[in-house]
Design a protein around this ligand. Structure first.
Ligand code: NAD
Length: 470
């Protein structure tokens, strides 16, 4: 029998006003029904979060932290159920789905221990100024489809530990693991502290402009991020926007080309390239360009592309039809003016499969280089001069991450400092950690997730400035 899913509103499992199909991207077929909220249910969710706020904010932070840690334990006890559902709805290979769930548990535990102590800013001469932090109120968490659980946890955990209540809205193509997450929370949190509604891309705008929502924490495309920012303007809501990226990977001339090609391949192809901080273009010195391209092509030809539920799969399908069509169109556009040396065409089978694709001899102004492809297609670019390379790497409206590969860490660090991005990883891939702040520069975002700074994004600072009695 098919499993039934419910929205979570005011601590209760609630059927949707209607339902819609959830598609397994490895088959292209519906395998579950998702409850869909209507506007009235959105209003109920916001009202429940508002009602629950005062008592939750007054609960000692240690208690709130313990509840979040209990949610981590409850998810851990059901990790294989979560991971296989994640593979079924999202497409990623089961080992990567398990990795996302372990990461989720880690995020929940890390934030469960975060605290904000009063900070003395000034103390002397009969004056004392102290900064305190208070929760903001009701948070709307809007999540995309590439990492549906860990990106939700990145918002949920700091928001709740800081004393806010929340309304979660997952992406319409990956709602099920989020529904399961909220189901777990229902048994642990007081009614109204967490609410979850699902939509078909029709409630996000209402939620982010809702007058009773105090903060919007959004992860998704830069295009939608602009809309969220505009709709939050009327109420001057607090916003955190984690948006798109076009991360450059820079290979310096002192590395082993074969080893580094393997790393770059992994960084471009993990989750079928659907990662905000995936390697989206790689710059290779002219002297090793041919060897590097050949090795990338070899890795692409050897990669096992299949249903993520099948053991041994390295690359699963693209998550949804719309993205599959976008990446396919980008490949068609690329074919005429660059050399595709591996992959290049959707697989002739059901589901949304695009094999790992390596593109060489491509110009800087090609669409595949300028735009975020968000798929398993990697353009390989040649360089001879470092100053010119830095300009080329920075010639994008995005500024999320980047990677540099070199045996000379001091030289790599100097180049890293010249990149206009929020993060640069040296000799490692996507080392995102809940203890380390993560932010986008330029049009890759506003605000921070992770670390103490990310925690404080869910608080309002208040200065109490006192003239002490003589
Ligand atoms: P998207 O912008 O299409 O959708 C994201 C979420 O916004 C979904 O839940 C969607 O229903 C909702 N939404 C749609 N219209 C809305 C509106 N008008 N107002 C409010 N919400 C609305 O993004 P996507 O295609 O699901 O995700 C892929 C994008 O996310 C890529 O660009 C990727 O780089 C980015 N991303 C960024 C990060 C980061 O941390 N910077 C992490 C993961 C993904």
């Amino acid at each position: 029998m098919k499993r039934e899913y419910h929205l979570t509103i005011d601590g209760q499992p609630v059927p949707g006003a209607s339902t819609f199909d959830v598609i397994n991207p490895a088959t292209g077929e519906a395998f579950a029904q998702c409850p869909k909220a209507d506007e009235a249910q959105l209003e109920l969710a916001v009202a429940a979060a508002r009602r629950a706020f005062a008592a939750w904010a007054a609960t000692p932070i240690e208690e709130r932290g313990k509840k979040i840690a209990a949610i981590a334990d409850a998810i851990e006890a059901r990790i294989s159920e979560f991971a296989s559902l994640l593979t079924e709805e999202q497409g990623k290979p089961l080992d990567q789905a398990t990795g996302e769930m372990k990461g989720t548990i880690n995020v929940l535990r890390a934030f469960s221990e975060m605290r904000h102590e009063p900070k003395t800013i000034l103390d002397g001469g009969g004056k004392q100024a102290v900064e305190y932090r208070k929760p903001l109120g009701v948070v709307a968490a809007i999540v995309p489809w590439n990492f549906p659980v860990i990106l939700l946890a990145n918002k949920f955990a700091p928001a709740l530990v800081a004393g806010n209540t929340i309304i979660i809205k997952p992406a319409p193509t990956t709602p099920l693991t989020a529904l399961l997450f909220a189901e777990v929370c229902r048994d642990i949190l007081p009614a109204g502290v967490v609410n979850l509604i699902c939509d078909e891309n029709d409630l996000g705008a209402l939620l982010s402009s809702h007058p009773e929502v105090d903060k919007v924490s959004f992860t998704g495309s830069t295009e939608t991020g602009r809309k969220v920012m505009a709709s939050a303007a009327a109420g001057l809501k607090r916003i955190t926007l984690e948006l798109g990226g076009n991360d450059a990977s820079i290979v310096l001339d002192d590395v082993d080309p074969i080893e580094t090609a393997q790393q770059v391949f992994n960084g471009a192809m993990r989750n079928a390239g659907q990662i905000c901080v995936a390697i989206k273009r790689v710059y290779v010195p002219e002297a090793i360009y041919d060897e590097f391209c050949t090795e990338l092509a070899r890795l692409a030809e050897e990669a096992i592309v299949d249903d993520g539920a099948r053991q041994g799969t390295q690359i699963g399908p693209i998550q949804n039809r719309q993205q599959f069509e976008k990446v396919s169109a980008l490949l068609d556009e690329t074919r005429g003016h660059a050399r595709i040396i591996a992959g290049g065409k959707a697989l002739d089978r059901p589901g949304y499969f695009i094999p790992p694709t390596i593109v060489r001899d491509i110009a800087d102004d090609a669409l595949l280089v300028r735009e975020e492809q968000f798929g398993p297609v990697l353009p390989v670019l040649k360089y001879t001069d470092i100053d010119d390379l830095v300009d080329r790497a920075n010639a994008t409206p995005y500024g999320l991450g980047g990677t540099i590969w070199s045996k000379d860490v001091a030289r790599a660090t100097q180049i890293a400092q010249r990149l206009s991005t929020g993060t640069v990883w040296i000799n490692q891939l996507m080392a995102i950690d809940p203890r380390i702040p993560f932010r986008g520069a330029k049009q890759s975002g506003i605000g921070v997730e992770g670390g103490q700074a990310g925690f404080e994004e869910y608080t309002q600072a208040q200065i109490i400035n006192t003239a002490l009695p003589a």
